[in-house]
Design a protein around this ligand. Sequence first.
Ligand SMILES: [Mg+2]
Length: 309
Amino acid sequence: MLDLILDSLRVISLPMKVNFRGINHREVALFQGPQGWAEFSPFLEYSDEESARWLACSIEAATQVPPKLYRSSVGVNATMPALNGESEITQILAGFPGCTTVKIKVGTNEKQDLERIATVRKLNPRSKIRIDVNGLWSVDQAAKFLELCGEIEYVEQPCATVAELRELKSRVDVKIVGDEILRKSANLFEIDLNGAIDILMLKVQPLGGIKNAHALAAHHKIPVIVSSALESAVGINYGLTLAASFEEMSYDCGLGTGSLLAKNVAEIPIVDGKMQIQRFEPNFDGLETSANRFDWWKNRIMRTAALLG
Ligand SMILES: [Mg+2]
């Protein structure tokens, strides 16, 4: 398996339009198997242990026959990074044509967060708003913010722990989505999410691939939604495949994040708020990293593959 990965390995650095989760370049490793190109792209600071599930996913993508799909395109949300200013927000929203749901990053500054939501509402009065807190709030902070921010579709990972999410759920009516609570847990099947969340966020790489994501959805028995890990078009296409492989998908998915990249290995356009699952040849022109970065990823892959056994 390792030979297959290393034979076709390319390490790509994608420039971003705006700073998102503290980065302005997204580095990803891509390789080719019998099923086509696959992506391995845990963020640089992730440990080998945490990266193991990401590698299992990319091996699945490269080698396993894709699942049965229930649709050829997937509805997606606009993703609004933590930035303010009407012109910046207008520019970001323009990258998501036809999207009627906007996911807004909040959690670090209450005043700016509320302003960001108000600006999106002003520019897009009919869109549904969802917010993603990445676990930054206490229960009290979350309850207060949810009272101030007006009607929203849901709040994603408002607090960090299961106990806090449960307490918040008993205090507010807003739907709660669990993201980090699942994908950052050491044992995906042991964690008890009962009474803590209403919707389960599935990200295909962090959860170890499509088969594992389905097993998790069946195990936890909570409605699901699919989002990206800010992948290149190759990884996004696999996320779209996961989203389309659920018979029931009632929510717009967070898979339009390619719009936050200034360059990509392929374009999967958003048309009328939807993205189509594709077959494409990635184009690496001008995107490959230095030999140093290639070696760094090669070593990371060898160490992580050793953990998979
Ligand atoms: Mg999230």
